[in-house]
Design a protein around this ligand. Structure first.
Ligand code: MF3
Ligand code: CO
Ligand code: CO
Length: 256
């Protein structure tokens, strides 16, 4: 038994609850539902299944998950905004179970979304997975960023610089910063037992972001569309483990 066996067991439990929360929300993400209703459903599900929602009271956030619509890059605050046909929304859930954190997000499409947004969502998911698939001890974090950046830029998209993935275990956000852009063979070397998120935010336009007056909501400066997915992962002896995979096999939309 390695030194991080127990930590990984707890990360699995927290990650599973976060992913299950997104699974549960899937059928509720539809026209006419408000982001506050989504927040309430998520809050209750996590509470009823033995966890806590990390965003609640996190630096004054107040809601229990993030809902980022269309040109919102991340940290959208649930409110009375009602989902409409054609909306694309990222829902980001972080559950705490037994002091460990599971952090995951997915994109959801409301009604019929444009080909433009569907393609962006596809590329964003694929970029995250292509970076996850190369994870193993000895790899450097710069390769994670490089893999994501080269994949999406080739399609004409841009990588958000103002937010990044993060170490995560018994603390929500801890070192290292996991940048979603970078150069090969640079940065910190991965070791067995490390746990962190990969959560690329990809824009259809330029990468610059702007913060709204609420102090949380980040939007694209040029009002272009933005998409994001997030998994919490761990480095094992010879590869990686995803702690936040869907038990229902939900990866990217359409979820069937
Ligand atoms: N879940 C986000 C992340 O991926 C953090 C949200 S913090 C909040 O790191 F306060 F905005 F909820
Ligand atoms: Co995160
Ligand atoms: Co998150």
């Amino acid at each position: 038994m390695s030194s991080y066996t127990e930590k990984f067991e707890k990360m699995r439990v927290a990650g599973k609850l976060a992913a299950q929360t997104l699974d549960m929300l899937t059928d509720n993400v539809k026209e006419g539902v408000s982001t506050d209703q989504i927040d309430k459903l998520g809050y209750e599900f996590i509470r009823d299944n033995g966890g806590y929602s990390a965003p609640q009271f996190y630096r004054g956030f107040k809601k229990s998950l993030c809902t980022s619509l269309n040109h919102v890059v991340c940290h959208g605050i649930p409110g009375d905004r009602v989902l409409r046909d054609g909306d694309a929304i990222n829902i980001d859930v972080t559950a705490i179970v037994d002091h460990h954190y599971g952090d995951t997000s997915r994109m959801f499409c409301v009604g019929e979304t444009s080909i433009k947004v569907n393609n962006l969502i596809d590329a964003t998911y694929n970029s995250m997975m292509s970076a996850i698939k190369i994870l193993k001890p000895g790899l450097k974090l710069g390769d994670v960023g490089y893999t994501i950046q080269s994949y999406v830029e080739e399609k004409g998209y841009s990588v958000v610089r103002d937010f990044c993935g993060h170490g995560i275990s018994t603390i929500f956000h801890e070192p290292p910063n996991v940048l979603h852009y970078g150069s090969k063979n640079s940065g910190m070397e991965l070791r067995p037992g490390m746990t962190f998120t990969i959560e690329p935010m990809i824009n259809s336009g330029k990468f610059q972001t702007k913060m709204l007056n609420d102090g949380w909501t980040a939007v694209t400066k040029d009002k272009s569309l933005s998409a994001q997915f997030e998994h919490t992962v761990g480095i094992s002896e010879n590869g990686y483990e995803i702690f936040t995979e869907s038990a229902k096999g939900y990866t990217k939309p359409p979820y069937k």
